[in-house]
Design a protein around this ligand. Structure first.
Ligand SMILES: *Cc1c(COP(=O)(O)O)cnc(C)c1O
Length: 360
């Protein structure tokens, strides 16, 4: 064996299915069902247009994506030095783990949540510790307790797969008690009633990560970023690849976050459809926690001892791809992304038919 022991021993993160066909309606990886702002596509065309930009793609991009940092700084009222950009927020999460967690040290994450965090610890040769959410999707005090070797804690807010949130007060309390930085992963905060970006200035241990994949309909672009105290971003800049964001994604991302109008309108549509989906699933007997994200988590009491997998399979056979998540002793369920009204109505009637078939 040539590879490092840690790599050999780990299973490797498996992302959600990305079928490269248009035959399935994708409600499995929380992409936005709408097309991004046309200003984004214009910005990409402008870079490629030889009359407007003679060198096109022949030069290296700005290493820190300065135009985006300045836009984010104006919009969120922070210093540009507090913003760090990456090739999707998965790249940002990698930079964080590499910066703060060394070989044999400890990373903390809640469960059920985003499974990638555990894989990042494994690649690093670090240990990880999962703290279970309670039945109301709250975290016990163990999440904020000190422990030997603890160097970083990840907390998605809103959480996935539940879509639930912890309050700003709770986040601040957790961060103040922890002996290490707390990463609040706000991949879905654009769909939530609040966010924690301003807490970064109040507490040096709070780091907030964001992505354009979900709320800006740009999962294919690969652009993520974080807000942290300048002392921390200074260290993280040493860890990231020199040119981790390309010229096209920097220009497109900058245009995207400057288009507040597009985002407002998109959010309005997603929230309306989320309500329709939540109510529809509850009518079919599913238990669905109130979601502040662009997906819902649903568990049917009749399937608590058996698996939800037959319903997932039935939906897939009929052209609708949702996410079947199985958390072992914690049980399984279906995570369904908010699509268009039309897609959600069709998916709901298929689920109704599926329930009759598998649970007569
Ligand atoms: C989707 C997701 C991300 C990753 O987003 P990318 O920017 O596409 O890499 C990060 N965290 C959570 C919780 C997510 O669901």
């Amino acid at each position: 064996m040539y590879e490092r022991f840690e790599i050999h021993a780990m299973a490797g993160y498996v992302p959600g299915e990305q079928p490269q066909t248009n035959e399935l309606v994708k409600l499995n990886t929380n992409e936005n069902p709408y097309r991004a702002s046309e200003k984004v596509y214009d910005a990409i065309r402008e870079i490629c247009d030889c009359r407007k930009n003679a060198s096109g793609l022949s030069r290296y991009p700005n290493p820190v994506a300065q135009s985006f940092r300045e836009a984010a700084s104006e919009i969120y009222g922070v210093e540009p030095e507090m913003v760090l950009c990456g090739n999707g927020s998965d790249d940002i999460l990698t930079i964080l783990t590499r910066t703060f967690v060394g070989n044999g040290e400890l990373l903390r994450l809640p469960r059920p949540s985003y499974i990638l965090y555990a894989s990042l610890a494994e690649i690093q040769g670090a240990r990880y510790e999962e703290i279970l959410f309670d039945e109301n999707w709250r975290l016990p005090p163990a999440f904020s307790e000190t422990k030997d070797g603890l160097k970083l804690a990840f907390l998605p807010n809103p959480n996935s797969p539940s879509g639930t949130v912890l309050s700003r007060e709770t986040i601040l309390e957790i961060a103040e008690r922890l002996p290490c930085p707390l990463v609040v992963d706000e991949a879905y905060a654009d769909f939530s009633e609040f966010h924690c970006i301003d807490l970064v200035s109040q507490c040096e241990k709070i780091i907030v990560t964001r992505t354009l994949s979900k709320a800006y309909a740009l999962a294919g672009l690969r652009f993520g970023y974080l807000f942290a105290h300048p002392n921390l971003t200074e260290q993280m800049l040493k860890v990231k690849d020199s040119y981790n964001c390309d010229a096209l994604s920097i220009a497109a991302a900058t245009a995207a976050i400057r288009d507040a109008e597009w985002r407002r309108e998109n959010r309005r549509k997603i929230l309306a459809t989320r309500k329709r989906l939540t109510e529809g699933m509850r009518k079919l007997g599913f238990s669905v926690p109130d979601s502040q994200a662009n997906f819902i988590w649903s568990v049917h009491p009749d399937f608590k001892t058996a698996s939800h997998k037959p319903i997932y399979e039935y939906l897939k056979q009929n052209g609708y791809l949702v996410r079947h998540m199985n958390y072992g002793v914690l049980g399984d369920g279906l995570r369904i992304s908010v699509g268009t009204d039309e897609q959600i109505d069709a998916c709901l009637s298929l689920i109704e038919k599926g329930l009759k078939r598998f649970n007569p």
